[in-house]
Design a protein around this ligand. Structure first.
Ligand code: NAD
Length: 295
C-alpha cells in the first residue's frame, strides 16, 4: 500500500490519520507538539520526530495544520526535500491564493498538490464521513481519490488549484451565520419558557433544519462548549472569507456581523472554545448569562 506522511495530528488530523491506517495505508505521522490522542499505536500509525522524517519516501504527504503560515512553513521545507512525483494533499483551511501559489511551486518541482479542505467537524473526521472540497488539476485529483475516499464521504472536485479553499470559505460563512441564528433562537425560546427539546425537534424537521441544529444544539442547550472547532480557527476562516469577498466587491452584511461576533468572542479570551460558544455572547447580550459546563 502507498506510504502516507501525515503532518498535523490535532483534533482533525489524528482521527484522519487513524482512518487512513485502518484503510490499509502505511501511515507515518508527525505533530509539532506531543499529540493529544493516544490511539495511534492501536491503529498502526507510526509517529516520528520531524516532518522531513514523515515525508521521507512517502507517495503522498498529507497536511492538516491550523493556518496559512503553518502550511507555508511545512511545505516550504518539504517540497524541495521530497522525490519527484510525490502528491501533496493539504486538508487544512487556508487562503485560496496561498493554496494556488503552493500548487504552482509544487508543479514547478514536478510534484502534485491538491487543496482539500474538509467540513464535518471532529465527528466527521472520526467517522470518515467528511465532506471534501478539492481544488487542483485533474491528474492530481485522480491520484488523491483513494486517500480522500478513506477519510470522506462527499468528495467533489470543485475546480482549479485554490478552488477548494474558496468553497470552504463559503462553507464557513454559512456555518457561522447558522450557529449565530440557532443561538438566538435558543435564547429566544428559553426566554419564552418553551419546551426546548420539543421545539428543536420540530424545527429540525422543517426548513429551519440543518446539520448545525442536529449536531450542535444538544451541547448548546447544556452550555457545553468544549471543542470541536475552536472559535479562533473560525475567526481565521471568516478573515479569509471577508478579505476574499472584499477583493471581489461582494457585499456580505450578514457575514460581516458573524465575523464581528466571532472576533468579539476571541478578543474576550474564548478562542479556545467550540464555535457553538457564540451562544454565550447571545446569553450575555440578552442579560441572561449562564454557567458554562464541561463534557
Ligand atoms: P488543531 O489545532 O487541533 O490541530 C492542528 C495540529 O497541527 C496541532 O496538533 C498542532 O500542534 C499541529 N501543528 C501546528 N504546526 C505544526 C507544524 N509546523 N508541524 C507539525 N504539526 C504542527 O486544529 P484542527 O481543529 O485539527 O484543525 C486543523 C485544520 O482543519 C484547520 O485549518 C481548521 O480550520 C480545519 N478544520 C477544522 C475542523 C474542526 O472541526 N476542528 C473542521 C474542518 C476544518
Amino acid at each position: 500500500m502507498p506510504k502516507i506522511g501525515f503532518i498535523g495530528l490535532g483534533i482533525m488530523g489524528a482521527p484522519m490519520a487513524c482512518n487512513l491506517a485502518d484503510a490499509g495505508f502505511d501511515v507515518v505521522g508527525f505533530n509539532r507538539s506531543r499529540p493529544r490522542s493516544d490511539a495511534f499505536e492501536q491503529h498502526g500509525v507510526k509517529l516520528v520526530a520531524s516532518a522531513l522524517e514523515a515525508a521521507a519516501g512517502a507517495d503522498v504527504v498529507a497536511t492538516m495544520l491550523p493556518d496559512s503560515p503553518d502550511v507555508q512553513a511545512v511545505l516550504g521545507e518539504l517540497l524541495r526535500a521530497t522525490r519527484p512525483g510525490t502528491l501533496f494533499i493539504d486538508f487544512s483551511t487556508i487562503r485560496p491564493d496561498v493554496a494556488a501559489a503552493l500548487h504552482q511551486e509544487a508543479h514547478d518541482l514536478g510534484l502534485g498538490l491538491v487543496d482539500a479542505p474538509v467540513s464535518g467537524g471532529e465527528q466527521g473526521a472520526i467517522d470518515g464521513s467528511l465532506s471534501i472540497m478539492v481544488g487542483g488539476v485533474d491528474a492530481d485529483y485522480e491520484r488523491a481519490q483513494p486517500v480522500l475516499a478513506a477519510v470522506g464521504k462527499t468528495i467533489v472536485h470543485v475546480g482549479p488549484p485554490g478552488a477548494g479553499q474558496t468553497v470552504k470559505a463559503a462553507n464557513q460563512l454559512i456555518v457561522a451565520g447558522t450557529l449565530q441564528l440557532v443561538s438566538e433562537a435558543i435564547v429566544f425560546l428559553e426566554a419564552n419558557g418553551a419546551d426546548l427539546e420539543a421545539a428543536l425537534e420540530v424545527l429540525g424537521g422543517g426548513l429551519a433544519g440543518s446539520a448545525i441544529l442536529e449536531r450542535k444544539s444538544a451541547g448548546m442547550l447544556k452550555r457545553q462548549f468544549d471543542p470541536g472547532f475552536r472559535l479562533e480557527l473560525h475567526h481565521k476562516d471568516l478573515g479569509i472569507f471577508m478579505s476574499s469577498a472584499r477583493d471581489l466587491r461582494v457585499a456580505t452584511p450578514m457575514g460581516a456581523v458573524a465575523a464581528q461576533l466571532v472576533a468579539s468572542m476571541v478578543a474576550r479570551g474564548h478562542g479556545g472554545l467550540d464555535h457553538s460558544g457564540l451562544l454565550m455572547l447571545v446569553d450575555e447580550l440578552s442579560g441572561r448569562p449562564k454557567a458554562r459546563q464541561s463534557e
